[in-house]
Design a protein around this ligand. Structure first.
Ligand code: AMP
Length: 416
């Protein structure tokens, strides 16, 4: 074989696509219930958009983006996440002009050059939503509740929600200063990665996965103790609303997430059903992002979630979508009947019924085997005898009953 798919990418095979369609449809239904409308943005954008919004110092921008120069020598990047593109589109198309609150969702592929492993791909899929234009804690909780509602609608209940406040442009720099100073006293004992972050991105040190770093930073000051009044009140309101909605959560003062644009609320949903890559979804508030990208100061909040990880849980739990198989398979018993079989199959399809027939000139026995393999609900064998009498035997392949059917009535029979 000459060609194989690129490392870290995966085909969604015909045997899996009905599961994907089922999951996507369930998401769309939930988004609709919350009155979010779909937005579809291009999968590539100017590199600067991502560097500016996600942050130059983040892992994504620093080492994971698929960036290339196109033939016009413009720097292009395959989108590593959805929020930056949605904000670009929001500003470019003046989406905020006609309404004070813009509620949108997206579903689609994202690209990051990470080391592939179970639950971590280079082309993966996310669904996500953004509520742009509202500074209220009510909006944060709507976004969190909607993400959770999607998992519930899919039968996934084994998840946990962690929340934090990462402060704003007033209290965060103050806290970062205090944290950097504290971290400097133990700098030489920290992992190399964490040492690099002490000055520029000290909050990421608290989020380090390194066990020794975790021990060393166990008693470091946490942002939740340094929030200003506005951020503290906002955080309190988020917590009390989550409680009122009956959504369990834990506060994790170390949660910062890998993107720079968050302010105030940050959250993550994890599942114990997954291995080391246990993050199902993450999100938060980004009150400075639209302005940062050249738009008017506009607050916003959103989440993004991985679809492959959700699929892994569905598979583990044996949650199967309703199968979409043909309603009827019409088999031709002889050459002379083939034309009737083909045209009737076509007429059924035009009438909205899923119908299948043989295109490989197979024997009757092989055709019947195929009808079973396709899990067709009914099978009908047509030969010269049936065409002469105008009647055939319709077999129910599920319960093995059969009934006589007048061939000229076949369309009305299946349309009922
Ligand atoms: P992030 O945009 O990094 O906050 O990621 C949001 C969600 O997308 C994560 O919680 C994962 O479920 C999923 N995700 C992120 N990166 C990958 C990846 N490389 N492969 C598969 N899923 C991913």
């Amino acid at each position: 074989m000459n060609y194989r798919s690129i490392k870290g990418t995966k085909d969604i095979l015909p045997s899996e696509s009905s599961q994907w369609q089922f999951v996507e449809q369930t998401m769309r239904d939930v988004f609709h219930r919350f009155n979010y409308k779909e937005i579809r943005t291009p999968i590539f954008e100017s590199t600067g958009l991502f560097a500016r919004s996600i942050g130059e110092l983040t892992d994504i921008v620093g080492k994971e983006m698929y960036t290339f120069e196109d033939r016009s020598k413009d720097s292009i990047t395959l989108r590593p996440e959805g929020t930056a593109s949605v904000m670009r589109s929001f500003i470019q198309n003046n989406l905020g002009e006609s309404q004070p609150l813009t509620k949108v969702y997206y579903i689609g592929p994202m690209f990051r050059q990470e080391r592939p492993q179970a639950g971590r791909l280079r082309q993966f899929h996310q669904f996500g939503a953004e509520a742009i234009g509202s500074p209220t804690a009510e909006t944060d909780v709507e976004i969190i509740a909607m993400a959770i509602e999607i998992y519930k609608a899919l039968g996934i209940t084994n998840y946990s929600l962690q929340i934090n406040s990462v402060g704003d442009e007033e209290c965060r720099p103050r806290y970062k200063e205090i944290l950097s100073t504290a971290l400097r006293t133990i700098a030489d004992k920290l992992s190399f990665e964490s040492q690099k972050r002490i000055d520029q991105n000290p909050m990421r040190v608290l989020d380090s996965k390194d066990e020794n770093d975790k021990l060393l930073t166990a008693s470091m000051p946490l942002i939740t103790d340094y929030l200003n009044e506005d951020c503290a009140n906002h955080f309190e309101r988020v917590k009390s609303l989550l409680t009122a909605y009956g959504i369990p959560f834990t506060v994790n003062g170390r949660l910062v997430r890998g993107l720079d644009y968050y302010t105030k609320t940050a959250f993550e949903i994890t599942s114990t059903e997954l291995g080391s890559q246990d993050a199902l979804a993450g999100g938060g508030r980004y009150d400075l992002l639209v302005k940062e990208l050249g738009g008017k100061q506009t607050p916003g909040v959103g989440f993004a979630a991985g679809i492959e990880r959700l699929m892994m849980i569905l598979e583990k739990k044996g949650i199967q979508p309703p199968q979409r198989n043909p309603k009827i398979f019409i088999a031709a018993a002889d050459e002379a009947s083939r034309e009737w079989v083909l045209t009737t199959t076509m007429r059924l399809r035009s009438a909205g019924i899923s119908a299948e027939t043989d295109l490989l000139s197979r024997s009757l026995k092989a055709q019947m085997k195929e009808a079973d393999r396709q899990r067709s609900e009914f099978a009908l064998v047509i030969g010269t005898m049936e065409l002469e009498s105008g009647k055939g035997l319709l077999k129910n392949l599920g319960d093995h009953t059969q009934q006589e059917i007048v061939l000229s009535d076949i369309l009305t029979f299946f349309q009922q």
